[in-house]
Design a protein around this ligand. Sequence first.
Ligand code: 13P
Length: 345
Amino acid sequence: HFAPLQKTVASPGRGILAIDESSATCGKRLASIGLDNTEVNRQAYRQLLLTTAGLGEYISGAILFEETLYQSTTDGKTFVDVLKDQNIMPGIKVDKGLVPLPGSNNESWCQGLDGLASRCAEYYKQGARFAKWRTVVSIPCGPTALAVKEAAWGLARYAAIAQDNGLVPIVEPEILLDGDHGIERTLEVAEKVWSEVFFYLAENNVLFEGILLKPSMVTPGAEHKEKASPEAIAKNTLTMLRRRVPPAVPGIMFLSGGQSELEATMNLNAMNQSANPWHVSFSYARALQNSVLKTWQGQPENIEAAQKALLVRAKANSLAQLGSYTGEGESDEAKKGMFQKGYTY
Ligand code: 13P
């Protein structure tokens, strides 16, 4: 059942466009260019992104928020149909966001298991074929054993329920960039988190061939004194993945997590310099959207230029998936970091 889908989502030279910001988070994106957070503005922004001609050459899947899954373009074509015509698989964010985790060290847990089976069934009917659940782990807060266990268990329960309703689950325990720790500490925490995630995935009888992972790259904390090279990030990240992720898993689709557009692309490229047991690609939100938003500014006359900016990023990451990105001709905007301390989605 899941095999044809994976061939599409994890296909060479393509990755995922994450535009599943909740309405509140989409409001932050719009506010950054002075737009009000109205349904009309959210529709206009998603329409700009999804109707970009030729996007399907570089993008295999798009993660949507519920509102977008049921929304249409201003011409009345459903976004699901827009995606199908672009050969892009529609996906859906199914978690209900983060709340404080009592008994922890100021950490969070991810809500959304109640009613999840019936929501997944409805999303499938509406055209979604994969799902996403994002929970977070904070290194400076510990992480406590409780927070890691809760994150792993929640992801595993979600994955089992999504598969049971025909959706391929993207498993995303985001290890936040926050902190001044070195890369070795991130490696250690990532190994711990992924070992628990796979332990509970197995305990919940999740089919490993029918999931996708959305890990953070293994980098130093954003406030660490030194930056790491793409080669060092690739080495540590691949070491962690090889130690923890069975080759039965078809695809690794990284998040960008506050890296600049350029960093996210260069790091992905470094990871594809030799063959990997899994498809190693991208599922970026911020690192695909930043220069698009800056170019658009909410002005109809800028739509074309903004769509070009999206294609530039999508193509760069497509090349990085193939390991053949050179970094030539990148704009200054693409080099700007997007890390914000304590950022919440
Ligand atoms: P970023 O690439 O902005 O970290 O987004 C990841 C994500 O989970 C959104 O779907």
